[in-house]
Design a protein around this ligand. Structure first.
Ligand code: TRP
Ligand code: SF4
Length: 400
């Protein structure tokens, strides 16, 4: 089977805020030390909705990369790149489009939702309909096994799995596949070969999932196999096809959803966001002026944290002792709101301090970011080209 690999992207459509950090970046940072990770700026995806105003995309792309680095994405662990710099994504998108039923795209829930939500834009375009298919290409081109995303993206991942399955089914038929697979079986050595065939029967005839798992484990251990033979044997286990593309899994963000300054979801368009590298003075000012329990008019009125957006932030940023202090102080009018906000201010400022520090070197010398991305694009491109070689061959476009 193909090795574990993580791929995820973000659209560069504006400044990143702390909601992005808690909702996605923290997860990426956790994953980067555990598996090979590729993180990219989805600039083509940004164009699907911002095609009439692309200026924001270029600026946001560089800002976003600095934000990622500032937040702790480590270019010596993860590969960072820009989608459009790996044009193979577009080729795969085109090739996948040939066999993708329109209905699959029209049925993706984000499609109609976004058209309704962004009613000020004309999204009845070819590019926007293809959004999830381009996303499928982004992931499938790296044979990624895991895609960290928010739950709104799960239907997109499900669709990519279907696309991969259909592709393997349609194009995974190799001339003489069975013969080649049997030759590969022999290379396992007689004892393993026998076990392999037993497990295959166990899975195919008796539907034993553990037999499939055991066979996968054995193949992964079989050092003597070439990559291509291993792929054949993986494919042969489940049927008589080669697995050209891998079905990825959604890796749901174990995120704390960070609410904005007004208690609604943090979003630039609501004007309730704190940006990732916001000035300290501005953080202090924003939190000091944020609304509190509307029923607590005077300092002497008791309040109710449940109807206060500040409490939402305490839930993310404060330890239990502080939260107890808030609940008690608020409901007895023992503390004032300015006092209550201070621990939140301190926690945000503390969270952002290392980000400001890490960002500084990149702001002083932007060529560092350019170099990191140039490197990442090269690494990504090599991987993408490997997959495209197999894809072209499978679709009869090798012309050798
Ligand atoms: N659609 C994703 C979002 O809006 C961004 C994205 C584009 C993406 N390509 C991707 C995410 C590939 C994961 C994998 O958040
Ligand atoms: Fe909100 Fe704290 Fe004021 Fe209570 S004391 S209303 S929780 S800011």
């Amino acid at each position: 089977m193909y090795p574990d690999r993580v791929v995820s992207g973000m659209r560069p459509t504006g400044t990143m805020h702390l909601g992005h950090y808690h909702g996605a970046l923290k997860n990426w940072i956790r994953m980067q030390s555990q598996q090979p990770c590729l993180f990219f700026v989805a600039d083509w995806h940004a164009l699907t909705t911002h095609y009439d105003d692309p200026a924001i995309i270029e600026r946001s792309t560089w800002d976003m990369l600095v934000d990622w680095l500032a937040a702790g994405i480590d270019p010596s662990q993860a590969t960072l790149f820009i989608q459009s710099r790996v044009p193979e994504h577009a080729e795969l998108h085109l090739l996948l489009s040939m066999a993708t039923p329109l209905g699959w795209l029209e049925r993706v829930p984000t499609y109609k939702d976004q058209i309704d939500n962004l009613s000020n834009k004309d999204l009845a375009t070819y590019g926007f309909l293809g959004y999830p298919l381009l996303q499928a290409a982004d992931v499938l081109i790296y044979r990624a096994t895991q895609v960290p995303v928010g739950d709104d993206q799960v239907p997109h991942i499900e669709m990519m799995r279907e696309i991969a399955r259909r592709f393997n089914h349609m194009y995974g038929k190799e001339k003489g596949f069975e013969e080649k697979a049997m030759e590969a079986v022999k290379k396992l050595g007689s004892k393993r070969a026998r076990l392999y065939l037993e497990l295959r029967t166990g899975y195919q005839q008796d539907g034993k999932d553990d037999a499939l798992e055991q066979a996968h484990a054995m193949l992964n251990d079989a050092q003597s196999l070439s990559m291509i033979d291993r792929e054949r044997l993986f494919g042969y286990l489940e049927g008589s096809r080669k697995l050209i593309l891998v079905e990825p899994q959604a890796k749901l963000t174990v995120a704390s959803r960070l609410p904005g300054l007004d208690g609604r979801k943090m979003s630039k368009s609501y004007g309730n966001a704190i940006s990732l590298r916001e000035d300290k003075e501005s953080v202090v000012k924003k939190v000091r002026t944020m609304p509190t329990d509307p029923a607590r008019v005077r300092r002497t009125d008791a309040g109710d944290p449940r109807t206060c957006p500040v409490w939402q932030l305490h839930k993310v940023y404060s330890d239990e002792a502080t939260r107890d202090w808030v609940v008690k102080g608020c409901t007895t009018a023992g503390i004032g709101c300015i006092e209550c906000k201070q621990p939140v201010i301190d926690a945000i400022v503390k969270e952002q301090e290392p980000m400001h520090e890490r960002a500084q070197q990149y702001l002083d010398d932007p060529s560092l970011v350019r170099a990191i991305v140039a490197d990442g694009c090269e690494t990504a491109r090599k991987l993408a080209q490997e997959t495209m070689r197999d894809v072209r061959e499978a679709m009869g476009l090798a012309y050798t």
